[in-house]
Design a protein around this ligand. Structure first.
Ligand code: GL4
Length: 838
């Protein structure tokens, strides 16, 4: 590559390529130039929005240089790359992250202040990139940050939704959804009008023999939609490595067909075609842990898989290697089953387009893919109806049947005495209509399957994939416990705590190796350190209280115990257990004498999270929380002892304010239902304690930080099945405390009781599937323990500091190293030092 660029041209690039800012004046010069020329606005017209744009564009210029260099360097070295296929990337804001990773935030802060702006205000101008629902999407974003920070050659592939997750408004206590059109001004994406892929839907398969007598399949007819690439730079922390996230947008294919329509006067219908094509990437499906089997969703999945694979194969083919080298150059990770169609698609490319034989193609495919399972909830396991698949993707359905045929033959040969197993493990479920079980297809087509926390990885082996452990042996299954990026979730969200830690550890190296936090333990008795620690927590609570005041109008006391549960609203996450507990506490306070009240630590119960728009029970829980808040917050007799707050529109940028401000946060899913959870890690890393069940990563957090530093309660996952069975077939005994809570609801204390009858009856009459009643007593007692514990602030702070010191394991850097070593077999590429990237 180097030799092909003439010397004078290289010199020009070396001379004139933008360099890092050396002063705040240089930053200002660039920002103002962008405001004047790129935005065509003058000084008199420069509001905070324009200052944000100028700042973002000035940083973007620097980022792009590193990005180009990284890509050039990686193309030149041509290592094995990882491609992370995810339908969700919940990125949040980019500017602060870019400034911190590139390391010039202070320069820009000074420059902005010279221009009359405050950095905090400018950062808040940015719209969150909310292309995800919750933990699964945010995990993908943390992974991108770690891959770049560790210099791995890795790309993300996703969809460029025009509408991300909806904005939530609370009106009269009800959730109302408002569309999130976020692309008005997005300086972080680069449309690549020259990188397009035509994607085929519908039609039929033509099977014939070619000249040599070989059977060939040709997919014909149907319609074409074009995928257009939009690239987003992903800067690593303290490295110039800047990776790429490629998002596909859909548009109508511009073929002769359209021109004919134009010419024959069918202008309107040709515009309608255009709009139909654009709907494919228009909107993110707002369900977390739930699949609804809509045709447009399947179209999204194929559109994105086919475009990404075409791109990956095109890049591989440029290197002129033989096909058998493909798995040595390419690793593809499937983030849940959403991208499973990539498996039959790669087979189709290799067999139908490249002419490989089945066995060779299969061996390549199988070595290339890895599959991460993120849930065992039955309603979240993807199944697509065979007739729909036949209609939309006729060739892929054939390939899926071929995979299944080979697989079932293998099972039959190896387990001749277990014929009943065949029906259980078949990719095709023999229901009416037949269904394609995507998790089985993903598992069969991958060389490794992993869960996301130890308990979850064990559970998939004993429940949904039990038969497959027998068929393939245990080595096909692995665990990679989730993690979070400490850059965003400590350094960016909690700058003062980050600085305090750095002052004790002698710098910020811990942001690159989070296990270094263990050195904090030797400062646990350091008086000045503890004092500052407490001051920072208080300041973070003041910041959240200010946000609550501005958005809800309620004043909360920052000295009260802040008890926070923020996450998607879902029955399995049991926000209902929390709010019933709040009512229980309210009733207890009402019956207390003045002396008892004096003994009680004031509390603020804070909730936040979105319900899927069609999930009525989850919406009822939101409604109940708000109604209970209305009553308690206005009860003069209770005053500051208890407040209930629902924070509207929980998202990544709000999480950055909320996570540093907790004393206690709640991670209280029915044991065995939360695969991992990741906000549990965020809260502990920010010096908050947690109340939780023995579920997901709570178990490993307990192991790391010590059981004295966490408040665990409730039944264990191994007992859940028996308890449920007992509810249905035994005599059901409602917990007494919970019964008193239900009586209060029934009395109409929180408004029309009928509004909440489905919620109550789900527990009292319909089997209490999530074991709210079984865990209620244990939950309340543990909350009492928290009250006691919080009174001793000295011990409390010791617990917090000790916990933070022991959280090193939960960095997403550790996860990515584990994936790289165990599943992807990729190595880091050191960034090039030269200016031309070679
Ligand atoms: C989830 C799990 O519910 C959550 O526990 C886990 O932390 C996350 C990332 O692995 O994946 N699975 C689905 S589906 N949505 C999630 O957030």
């Amino acid at each position: 590559v180097e030799a092909s660029i003439p010397e004078p041209q290289r010199a020009a690039w070396k001379n004139f390529a933008p360099k890092p800012f050396t002063s705040s004046e240089e930053f200002e010069k660039d920002a103002i130039r962008h405001i004047e020329t790129t935005l065509a606005r003058s000084m008199y017209n420069c509001d905070e929005g324009a200052a944000y744009a100028g700042t973002a564009l000035a940083f973007r210029d620097r980022l792009v240089i590193d990005w180009n260099k990284t890509q050039q360097n990686q193309t030149f070295k041509d290592p094995k790359r990882l491609y992370y296929l995810s339908l969700e990337f919940l990125m949040g804001r980019a500017l602060d992250n870019a400034m911190l990773n590139v390391g010039q935030k202070d320069t820009a802060t000074k420059g902005l202040s010279d221009m009359g702006f405050r950095m905090e205000d400018i950062i808040q101008q940015e719209h969150d990139a909310a292309l995800g629902n919750g933990g699964l999407g945010r995990l993908a974003a943390c992974f991108l940050d770690s891959m770049a920070s560790l210099n791995y050659p890795a790309w993300g592939y996703g969809l460029r939704y025009r509408y991300g997750i909806f904005k939530q408004e609370i009106i009269d206590g009800y959730q109302v959804e408002v569309p999130d059109y976020w692309l008005d001004f997005n300086p972080w994406e680069f449309p690549r009008h020259d990188i397009t892929v035509d994607i085929h839907f519908y039609g039929h398969v033509n099977r014939y023999q070619d000249d040599t007598g070989k059977t060939v399949c040709q997919w014909e007819g149907g319609e074409i939609v074009t995928a257009c690439a939009f690239d987003v730079p992903i800067p690593g922390y303290d490295t110039s490595t800047t990776n790429n996230l490629r998002l596909w947008g859909s548009k109508a294919a511009s073929g002769e067909f359209d021109f004919q329509k134009f010419n024959s006067g069918e202008y309107e219908s040709s515009v309608a075609d255009q709009q139909r094509a654009e709907t494919i990437s228009a909107v993110l499906y707002p369900n977390d842990n739930l699949e609804r089997g809509k045709e447009l969703r399947l179209k999204q999945q194929y559109f994105w898989c086919a475009a990404s694979l075409f791109d990956i194969v095109r890049r591989f083919k440029k290197t002129k290697r033989s096909w058998s080298d493909f798995p040595n150059q390419v690793a593809i990770q499937l983030n849940d089953t959403h991208p499973t169609l990539a498996i039959p698609e790669l087979l189709r490319i290799l067999i139908d387009l490249e002419g490989l034989e089945w066995d060779e193609a299969w061996s390549i495919v199988h070595k290339t893919f890895g599959y991460t399972n993120h849930t065992v909830l039955p309603e979240a396991l993807e199944k697509w109806s065979v007739p729909l698949m036949q209609h939309l993707l006729p060739r892929h359905l054939q390939i899926i049947y071929d995979i299944n045929f080979q697989f079932l033959q293998y099972v039959e040969r190896n387990f001749p005495k277990e014929r009943e197993m065949l029906g259980r493990v078949s990719i095709i479920e023999e229901s009416q209509p037949k269904m394609v079980r995507m998790a089985y297809l993903a598992l069969i087509g991958s060389h490794k399957v992993n869960g996301v926390a130890e308990l979850h990885s064990d559970l998939i082996k004993t429940t949904i994939f039990k038969d497959f452990v027998k068929i393939y042996g245990p080595d096909k299954f692995a665990n990679v416990t989730n993690g979070i990026t400490p850059r965003r979730w400590l350094h960016q969200a909690n700058p003062r705590l980050s600085e305090l830690i750095a002052s004790k550890l002698g710098g910020y190296d811990y942001l690159k190796d989070l296990t270094l936090l263990h050195k904090l333990e030797s400062f646990v008795d350091d008086k000045a350190f503890r004092k500052e620690w407490a001051e920072i927590k208080y300041a973070n609570k003041v910041r959240l209280a200010k946000h609550i005041k501005e958005t809800t109008g309620h004043s909360v006391n920052p000295s009260a115990l802040f008890d926070i549960q923020v996450k998607r609203i879902h029955e399995y996450k049991r926000q209902q257990l929390n709010i019933f507990g709040v009512i229980h506490r309210y009733l207890a306070i009402k019956s207390m004498d003045a002396e008892a009240r004096k003994q009680l630590a004031p509390r603020v119960s804070i909730f936040g999270g979105k319900a899927a728009p069609g999930y009525w029970m989850a919406k009822t829980v939101i409604h109940l929380i708000n109604k209970v808040g209305d009553v308690i917050n206005n009860d003069k007799d209770v005053g500051d002892l208890l407040k209930v707050i629902f924070i509207e529109d929980y998202n990544v940028s709000k999480a950055e304010i909320i996570c540093p401000a907790s004393d206690i946060s709640e991670h209280i899913s029915t044991a065995g239902t939360e695969a991992s959870g990741t906000s549990n890690m965020k809260f502990v890393l920010n010096g908050g304690l947690i109340i939780g069940t023995c579920d997901g990563a709570n178990i490993e957090i307990t192991r790391e930080i010590g059981e004295n530093n966490i408040f665990l309660f409730g039944n264990l996952s191994e007992d859940v099945e028996d308890l449920r069975h007992g509810h249905v077939y035994g005599t059901y005994q409602l917990d007494e405390g919970l019964a008193s809570v239900f009586d209060e609801i029934q009395k109409g204390t929180f408004g029309d009781a009928n509004a909440f009858s489905a919620l109550v009856n789900g527990i009292v009459e319909h089997g209490d599937y999530y074991l709210v009643s079984d865990d209620f007593n244990s939950y309340c007692k543990t909350q009492d323990l928290i009250d006691e514990s919080y009174k001793n602030q000295d011990e409390w702070i010791t617990k917090c500091i000790t916990s933070v010191a022991r959280m090193g394991f939960f960095s997403s850097d550790r996860c990515i190293d584990e994936y790289a070593e165990m599943i992807w077999n990729i190595e880091p590429i050191q960034p090039s030092k030269t200016t031309d990237g070679l």
